[in-house]
Design a protein around this ligand. Sequence first.
Ligand SMILES: NC(=O)c1ccc[n+]([C@@H]2O[C@H](COP(=O)([O-])OP(=O)(O)OC[C@H]3O[C@@H](n4cnc5c(N)ncnc54)[C@H](OP(=O)(O)O)[C@@H]3O)[C@@H](O)[C@H]2O)c1
Length: 298
Amino acid sequence: MVKKVQLSSDGPELSRIVAGMWRISEVDHSVNNTVSMIEAAVANGITTFDNADIYGDYSAEEVFGEAFEKSGVARDQVQFVAKYNIILPSSNRPSNELHMYNTSFEHIVKSVENSLKLHRTDYLDLALIHRPDPLMVPQEVVKAMEELKNDGKVKYFGVSNFSVRQFEMLQSFIPFQLVTNQIEISPFALDSFTNGDLDYCIEHNRKPMAWSPLGGGKLFQSGDSEFFRVLNLLCDRYDCTQDQLVFAWLIKHPASILPITGTTKADRIVAAARAVGIQLTREDWFRFYVAARGEDVP
Ligand SMILES: NC(=O)c1ccc[n+]([C@@H]2O[C@H](COP(=O)([O-])OP(=O)(O)OC[C@H]3O[C@@H](n4cnc5c(N)ncnc54)[C@H](OP(=O)(O)O)[C@@H]3O)[C@@H](O)[C@H]2O)c1
């Protein structure tokens, strides 16, 4: 059973493995499929669902909202996370001219309000600024966050894809904690192990959320490289699947990473939940790290 973890000293409790909703509207019978995923996730302790306005060409929040209502799971048993500020050209948003960011007061407030309607809820547990925006004015972001918090529409705030410096800059304007930075971490995206992102999280007690932990599916395009040889060796050793091995490897890091699974399959959500019981040895953690790096540690 997946347990919860507090994201920061004043932050919310999220499940240690999070269910990502990016791809849910891409499959057949997406609402019914998502109902099954939600039920399987919650039954195994995965109670946190990560979404964004842009997912599924602006359709994933609606699919999730309908599926969640059908699932019969109680709202207070789960946590909804959503992200805003990316603008994508889309037939579902004819006024979007080009791919860009908008972190203005109006856009953030309007996006959250729309998201609440689509999620069929009156509050989000956590809202994130999706990407660093060169035109972001921190005072405007604070104003939007304070208004949404005071109105009870969002309980906690954080960011995604921010560098340490960008995180510190925004945090310095905000009278409450930014509770997480949601970043890409996987065997195919190792920068955060060495660029200070994870060290900052440990130092400031912010638990990072890891997106595309399986490289968006790259993990399953098996090949005859040393990486796949080591992956399969460790899967045999721990009697687990490739996805479980990677989740266990991420979970062992002392920054208390919360991997966000991207599967659309209920049985793979259940498999992800079982990964919390796998304890890699230090030697095997490094064996996999070195294989993922493609070279020895310095
Ligand atoms: N903040 C950001 O900028 C950002 C960016 C990207 C993503 N995200 C979040 O992170 C979440 C996860 O990202 P992701 O979807 O790229 O995650 P991922 O877990 O790395 O990849 C998911 C892909 O892997 C496939 N897969 C999973 N288990 C498999 C298995 N055992 N065998 C074969 N294929 C398997 C899935 O297919 P099936 O559906 O068939 O299982 C899916 O296509 C997203 O849903 C979203 O919430 C955030």
